[in-house]
Ligand binder design. Sequence first.
Ligand SMILES: [Zn+2]
Ligand SMILES: [Zn+2]
Length: 284
Amino acid sequence: MTRLKFWGVRGSIPTPGPGTVRHGGNTSCVEVRHGDDIIILDAGTGLRALGSALLAEFKNRPLNLTLLVTHTHWDHIQGLPFFAPIYNPRCRLRILGAPGTRDSLVSALTGQMESTYFPVPFAKVPGNIEIEEIQDFNFNIGAVQVRAQRSNHPGLCFGYRLFSPDSLIVYFPDSEPRAGGEDKEMLEFIRDADVLILDSQYDAAEYQTHVGWGHGCLDDSVALALKAGVRRLCLFHHDPDHDDKKIDGFLRRARRIVAKRKSKMKVDAAREGMTIELPEKFGR
Ligand SMILES: [Zn+2]
Ligand SMILES: [Zn+2]
């Protein structure tokens, strides 16, 4: 069985407050478990609470984690200095991500712990941390086959496909599909996913003033997922200006489009704490 849990679902910047309590205000972080393999997708501020939960669960047992970073924009890395397992010498954390375009992945991740920004320098962190830039787009983490693909987002940003023996999960948090729902490369990458976690930051009107910002629009996300035969779509990377009510509206619209097309695709708006177990039992 593969289990997926959302720890941060917001894009751009954390948004705590009464308007976002239901979906949550932390930035991108998703946990995927298959057997003993623990894979973390992105290190946004949601990573902090995941760290506390892992330490409470594992206590004194060694912790072996793999973190896949899509890119080094703030909302995908800021949780790392606050991830308690890195302060535990029993923790082994392997971080993989897109090669830096300006500075290396190492300097982007550790630079945010320099004294200008943070009190503890990376060199003083007692956990065993390895940071690697992905050169080969196909690799394995335990029994999970991973494929990386470049997404259409400023700088170098990856989406990830996790193919475990029982499921296919695709994570595409920051991506503006080329040609809307007709992006051929993206369609191939997300085809037949059991779960697709996809950037759906804007509505159609907002998208008009954000073309080229590297984020998706709800209608395009739904069109892509339908075309690719995805079983379950999770709207993700919620805009910081969108409160729970607005996100509810996104979800209603998405479900209306799916119903009109007479598709069985499930749609959810990702929210903190939401879990999905795979394979899912459909039709019950
Ligand atoms: Zn982002
Ligand atoms: Zn970004």
